[in-house]
Design a protein around this ligand. Structure first.
Ligand code: FA5
Length: 337
């Protein structure tokens, strides 16, 4: 056998060993370059076949081709083996940290609304609901709003049809409830409300919780007692409230209810503009005129009602300066609650 044949045989053996032993991509690449590259051992030996005497060339050429084929096949095999090992390694690497799925939570407004309703439920109220698209009758007329009241204007309320609007408050639920139930009535009605309002403390869509009590012998003292119990439970045990004369077409007398400033406790600061108080809700004794709309006897029953701004309550409790933060959907803000 010629010396070249021997060299081809031993180069093939060395190449196959190198390919089989390569456990890293870079080792395999080195083996490929060493044996099959442009200046690789086997490539050079194949080239050398041309320098042999003509009678020796066929045998040496054939041996070189067989060796090249075998080593290329071994290289392909090694590539596949390393790729498979790589995927298995990735799939089975139990030391990698697990991927946490992001878990959402209830929006601050939803949570505050639930909390408010639960406080009133503990005081004996039950929860009722009404539609967000309301008729002029329930939103205004049955609540004693005069025909020319400014809030009936298209500029103030969001009408969606003739005498059909997005409710501007939750008070229409008072009428719907009294139509369906006989006294005693102790209900709260949470829900969305809509107005043509937009600034840092007013949003076009916001939330209210309506309260309505109609029973025998209900007085303004009951109104104050219930709202005081709410304020101490929702804000802090020493939260004071005050009633300020106000006007609503469906309550008489009417009162705005303020809580002692959550920041300064009543001394006066920037938040309460020096007054020591923050406005929380509107309220009053149910105007007996409403009982005519629902068939209650004003001589037998009396009641009080209130409409609490949920967004306002959340802002006061958590010290938020801009109502828009609640509706921009920015998780960096929302995740804090
Ligand atoms: C009313 O809506 C009356 N229906 C409340 C009421 C019910 C009075 C029962 C008597 C008896 P008012 O317009 O003041 O009242 O709104 C009540 C509360 O809703 C306000 O104190 C405020 O906290 C909140 N509010 C009103 N408009 C907006 C708004 N655009 N964005 C956020 N909160 C608002």
């Amino acid at each position: 056998m010629s010396a070249l044949l021997e060299k081809i045989a031993s180069s093939q053996k060395a190449a196959l060993e190198a390919m089989a032993q390569a456990n890293q991509a870079q080792d395999l690449e080195k083996a490929r370059v060493d044996f099959l590259g442009a200046k690789g051992q086997l490539t050079e030996l194949t080239r050398a076949v041309g320098t042999l005497p003509p009678e020796e060339r066929p045998q040496a050429g054939q041996a070189a081709n067989v060796a090249l084929k075998a080593v290329k096949a071994a290289h392909q095999e090694a590539v596949a083996r390393l790729a498979k090992a790589q995927t298995q390694k990735a799939a089975l690497d139990v030391t990698l940290p697990g991927r946490r799925r992001p878990i959402g939570h209830q929006h601050l407004i939803g949570r505050v609304m639930t909390e408010i309703c639960e406080i009133f439920e503990r005081l004996g109220f039950s929860v009722v609901e009404g539609p967000e698209v309301e008729t002029d009758y329930y939103n205004f007329e049955a609540l004693n709003f005069p025909a020319d009241h400014p809030s009936r204007d298209m500029q103030e309320s969001l009408f969606v049809g003739d005498k059909l609007l997005l409710r501007t408050h939750t008070s229409p639920v008072q009428i719907r409830t009294m139509e369906q139930r006989k006294p005693p009535v102790w209900v709260v009605a949470p829900g969305k409300t809509y107005r043509r309002d937009d600034d840092i403390t007013h949003s076009p869509m916001f939330h209210q919780v309506e309260g309505l009590v109609v029973d025998e012998g209900v007085t303004m003292a009951d109104l104050k007692g219930v709202l005081s119990a709410f304020a101490t439970s929702f804000f802090s045990p020493d939260t004071a409230i005050r009633l300020r004369p106000s006007f609503f077409p469906f309550t008489e007398p009417s009162a705005e209810v303020d809580i002692a400033c959550v920041l300064c406790g009543g001394k006066g600061c920037r938040l309460c503009k020096g007054s020591g108080w923050l406005e929380l809700l509107g309220s009053g004794m149910v105007d007996p005129a409403l009982y005519n709309f629902v068939g209650y006897d004003p001589k037998k029953v009396s009641g009080f009602a209130f409409g609490l701004g949920v967004d306002r309550a959340a802002m006061l409790k958590y010290g938020l300066s801009n109502i828009r933060h609640l509706y921009e959907g920015d998780l960096r803000f929302l995740e804090q609650f």
